[in-house]
Design a protein around this ligand. Structure first.
Ligand SMILES: Cc1ncc(COP(=O)(O)O)c(C=O)c1O
Length: 342
């Protein structure tokens, strides 16, 4: 039976073209700053985001952690949304390693606003913790920040003297869907990470982008975390290939997510408003049925997806499920008749 893997966009595998680019990569020792392919990727990332410099890091988690080390650090608070990746999926590394406390705030559809942030700011009293930074995730749960929302947060942060880090694991999806350039989006943050290993289809790596001074210090923290690598050009080449070949097709992922959402909206057992789907990630309810049970039954039909623990099911489109296959997925969903699982 053919399977359609909609669990995440992290499951993509490097294409033949990407593997060939990796094989041909020029390499050197990156701890000495001598890997030409890593240097090229970092220059590309800095130019794309409009930042002065960029650093190739092993993962999005490492990029976020380094930014927390540098913007907040020991004894300071990181203000972020309560649904953010740094709160739920990064092992509290902010507190375990950087000494910062993660403060989860409310906000519609995963997004922060100056109003919610303001309520969490600490007064300047010597025995209270200090607010250290703001972290926003874009996209979050597939939802992107509009330009006016980003601008409002960034201007507010500047007034309060707080740096903003953007976890842009899916920054390119945000850009594709919003029509805003990467540079424009990144201009509303002091530092930004984006991942090569999600919808862009590379096997490893993220870029942390910021000012020259920030990246100079980031390089030290990366090494401290054991993230200094040697002939990393082999993997950086995959990143360059991803930026050159896999950005435009993110539109397909958004359109495919929309097709699935529309199909689900016509299924008696599912609940979704397709208008809420903005990029490649969608969530749907199961009208009182056990989501885990539905996930299990769909798996037996060849569709892999995940229950997200909030009574909904998550599906993520990516190059792992090309547009031709989405027609099959929609047909399976239309014909699917859930059996009672509890
Ligand atoms: C929004 C977000 N941020 C950060 C990360 C962390 O990326 P990595 O798995 O490369 O550490 C992920 C991973 O899925 C993510 O979805």
């Amino acid at each position: 039976m053919k399977t359609y893997d909609l669990r995440s966009d992290t499951i993509t595998r490097p294409s033949l073209g990407m593997r060939k680019a990796m094989m041909r990569a020029d390499v050197g020792d990156d701890v000495y700053g001598e890997d030409p392919t890593v240097n090229k990727l970092q220059e590309m990332a800095a130019a794309l985001t409009g930042k002065k410099d960029a650093l190739f890091v092993s993962s999005g988690s490492m990029g976020n952690l380094i930014s927390i080390f540098l913007h907040a650090g020991s004894g300071k608070e990181v203000l972020t949304h309560k649904d953010s990746h740094i709160i739920h999926h990064e092992l509290s590394s902010a507190s375990a390693l950087a000494g910062s406390a993660l403060i989860g705030l409310d906000g519609e559809r995963g997004k922060l606003s100056p109003e919610t942030i303001e309520k969490a700011l600490r007064p300047d009293i010597y025995y209270m913790p200090k607010s250290g930074m703001i972290e926003i995730e874009n996209t979050i749960g597939g939802v992107y920040y509009r330009g006016d929302e980003l601008k409002a947060i960034f201007e507010f942060a500047r007034k309060k003297g707080l740096p903003v880090h953007m976890d842009g694991a899916r920054l390119f999806n945000a850009s594709e869907a919003s029509g805003m350039s990467i540079k424009k989006i990144a201009s509303y943050a002091n530092s930004v990470t984006f991942c090569l290993s999600k919808g862009l289809g590379a096997p490893v790596g993220s870029l942390l982008c910021g000012s020259s001074k920030f990246i100079k210090h980031a390089r030290r923290i990366r090494k401290m975390l054991g993230g200094g690598t040697r002939q990393a050009g082999i993997i950086a080449a995959a990143g360059i290939y991803a930026l050159e070949h896999n950005v435009e097709r993110l539109k397909d992922d958004r359109e495919n997510a929309m097709k699935i959402a529309e199909t689900l909206s016509s299924c008696s057992w599912a609940r979704i408003d397709p208008a809420e789907v903005e990029t490649n990630i969608l969530f749907f309810g199961t009208k009182g049925r056990d989501p885990e049970g539905i996930v299990d039954q769909l798996k037996r039909k060849g569709i892999l997806c995940g229950a997200d623990g909030k009574n909904t099911i998550r599906m993520v489109t990516s190059l792992a499920v090309p547009s031709e296959d989405i027609e099959d997925v929609c047909k399976i969903l239309k014909d699917f008749k859930p059996v009672k699982s509890r």
